[in-house]
Design a protein around this ligand. Structure first.
Ligand SMILES: Cc1cc2nc3c(=O)[nH]c(=O)nc-3n(C[C@H](O)[C@H](O)[C@H](O)COP(=O)(O)OP(=O)(O)OC[C@H]3O[C@@H](n4cnc5c(N)ncnc54)[C@H](O)[C@@H]3O)c2cc1C
Length: 606
């Protein structure tokens, strides 16, 4: 049996998805960029060089929708193996670990439109076939996908069902002789549609046997361009990522051979949602690539631009922006690579052909994948906004890169599940796992409720350069659990109807994960290099912990104010104040320190 291996030696113990709320992560639990192998670093560098030499110089042509050029570039990327990383070796792929795949996604993302075309092809376009295809389907299509001859796309959304994807109107009917399906309907917003050759299309189809017999359920099909009854509509004119292709698909009595059914009839929802988990964590990596490019432009401009007789980079308010962006990128790396590290670790030892087990193990981290998606996309919006502000008037005009980066970033909060949907997934998934006893969240909440009601407990003192932040993190986890306890006592099974409460709980959970990822990573760097050499990462972890705690406290107030009243409200607010109490860090001098370092480097640099 050929099994998957974890390339990084520190990855040993498997960690349950969502358990970060109730267990403290050790440095070995949090994979970070410092743990990349030499091979991973080399692949990252090769990808970055390819993007800088081949993609960035033709950016304007890409933006003008020269899709023949995009296809040539995808083919060139394939020549370097970049489109083959997630494809099994026996079908022409390289079958590498998920960290390498994530690194390629980050490093190729120096031109947002191309990055979307690339990700739609190698990620959501290819993985349904890798995971659910028959041997014959894989033999037929995967070698061409790996070599860039065949470009793929993923068609789930419709004009009337985006977030509500299970409510698709497109229908598939099996012929009486069982040889083909006839599909009718439309798909909307399909990336790569203008030039792709192979589409994974979802349609409702009647299930013939089993518990769902007679019901119409989501089913996936592989449809080749040129299939009778299949056509691609006009290109959308978009706010950003204008050089990526986004079109509707029209299916009018589209005849698809029965052998192009992907997976089982009625099981399309599993394909759709499992693929999105990967799409979500990879979006985080793409966002890191875009964010670092935007940041570098912002830093360089700040160094060049003069006002009031000096470089604007000397102004405290400009330095504050630079520090905030750099901290966002540092925490972003910590969150994204911790998540992909968890996934790689969980996949170690799994039979390479056991695709069901592979998906199950990735699905375990649905919460972490959604956290990455929400946190990273909102971080990127902050970065491009601050960079545009550094450019000011020049940021508002097309000749300078800040304008396009600002427009391009916005899509990330919309696709791969909107951030609202992902916030609901985060709280909903954790609550469901807790109710099912899969994650011991309920006993942890109960223990905490008893502890806080009994009065101030003993303080656990942490050691090391981030002792204050570790203390803050412990309080942040308690605040999140306490708020979840108050909300679940008040609303019980109806909690999912209280979306604002679900959203506020998600904000706390997201911030706990982000804060912990950054603190543990900075601590790890300090242990390896010493506190002085790790001054910048330590400063960024402190800045972020301070900010995250403020967000968590605010969200906790919102939840408690909605869920309690009278004496209970007063008691719970008293507990909240006790848990949130902490000494403020001097974040002004910490930010100046971070900004000075980045300005000297002229880019994001650790
Ligand atoms: C450039 C681009 C590329 C895309 N590429 C692809 C692709 O390749 N393949 C593909 O299948 N799709 C693709 N999409 C579609 C994308 O995934 C959807 O736009 C997205 O899922 C949101 O669906 P919607 O636009 O219909 O919004 P809606 O679902 O109508 O949502 C509208 C608003 O309501 C909110 N909302 C919806 N339901 C709820 C709820 N239950 N609770 C709270 N709030 C809710 C949403 O968060 C949003 O703010 C792409 C879209 C764009 C713009």
């Amino acid at each position: 049996m050929a099994t998957m291996t974890a390339p990084n030696s520190m990855m040993t113990k498997t960690i349950s998805g969502g358990s970060f709320l109730i267990h403290d992560a050790t440095p070995a639990d949090c994979f970070s960029p410092e743990d990349f192998t030499n091979e991973q670093r080399q692949i990252a560098e090769m990808t970055a060089n390819f993007a800088l030499k081949e993609i960035v110089p033709v950016s304007d042509q890409i933006e003008a929708k020269d899709f023949a050029l995009t296809r040539r570039l995808l083919k060139k990327a394939a020549g370097l193996g970049l489109t083959a990383i997630d494809i099994p070796e026996e079908y022409g792929g390289l079958e590498m670990d998920k960290i390498t795949s994530a690194l390629v996604t980050e490093n190729i993302s120096k031109q947002a439109s191309f990055s979307v075309s690339f990700s739609a092809h190698v990620g959501i376009g290819t993985l349904p076939l890798v995971w659910y295809g028959t041997d014959a389907q894989k033999k037929k299509y995967l070698p061409g996908i790996a070599s860039g001859e065949i470009i793929s796309a993923y068609a789930l959304s419709e004009s009337t069902s985006g977030s509500d994807a299970l409510n698709a109107r497109t229908r598939a009917v099996l012929s009486d002789d069982g040889t083909h399906y006839t599909l009718n309907g439309e798909k909307m917003w399909i990336s790569n549609a203008g030039f792709a050759d192979l589409f994974t299309v979802f349609a409702k189809c009647a299930v013939s046997d089993g518990p769902d017999a007679g019901k119409e359920k989501l089913t996936a099909f592989l449809i080749e361009r040129g299939t009778p009854g299949f056509s691609v509509g006009k290109e959308e004119h978009k706010l950003g990522i204008r050089g990526s292709s986004t079109c509707p698909l029209i299916l009018e009595d589209c005849v698809v051979p029965a052998e192009n059914l992907l997976g089982e009839v009625g099981k399309g929802h599993r394909i759709a949602f499992n693929i999105l988990n990967v799409g979500r964590y990879k979006l985080g990596n793409a966002v890191l690539g875009s964010g670092k490019t935007a940041f570098q432009n912002g830093v360089r401009y700040a160094l060049e631009r003069k006002a009031f007789g000096k470089s604007i980079s000397e102004f405290g308010l400009i330095q504050e922006k630079i520090a905030n962006c750099a901290t966002g990128l540092f925490v972003g790396e910590s969150v994204c690579y911790r998540t992909v590290g968890l996934i790689d670790r969980a996949l170690a030892g799994v039979d390479k052909n056991d695709t069901k087990e592979i998906q199950k193990r990735i699905e375990e981290y649905a919460v972490e994948c959604s956290i990455v998606k929400v946190w990273a996309s909102e971080m990127l919006d902050m970065v491009v906004d601050e960079v545009l502000q550094i450019y000011a008037g020049y940021g508002y005009v097309e000749e300078y890169p800040a304008e396009r980066a600002y427009r391009d970033a916005r899509i990330n909060r919309i696709f791969e599940g909107t951030n609202e949907i992902n916030r609901l997934i985060i709280t909903g998934w954790l609550m469901k796992s807790a109710m099912a006893g899969k994650l011991p969240l309920m006993p942890a909440i109960q223990q905490l409720m008893d502890e806080v009601m009994a009065g101030p407990g003993e303080r656990v003192e942490h050691e090391g350069p981030l002792s204050g932040e570790l203390n803050l993190l412990a309080r942040a986890k308690k605040l999140a659990l306490f708020s979840a306890g108050v909300a679940s006592q008040r609303y019980m099974q109806r909690l999912s109807d209280e979306q604002e409460v679900m959203g506020a709980l998600a904000d706390m959970i997201i911030e706990v994960f982000a804060m912990e990822s950054a603190i543990v990573r900075a601590g790890k760097i300090a242990t390896a290099k010493g506190s002085e050499a790790a001054a910048v990462p330590l400063a960024m972890a402190r800045i972020y912990a301070d900010k995250a705690m403020a967000v968590i406290e605010l969200a906790a107030r919102k939840v408690i104010a909605a869920a309690a009243e009278g004496d209970a409200l007063r008691t719970q607010f008293a507990i909240l104040r006790r848990l949130a109490k902490h000494e403020a860090a001097d974040t002004i001098s910490l930010r100046r320190q971070v900004a000075r370092h980045m300005l000297e480097a002229g880019k994001y640099s650790l």
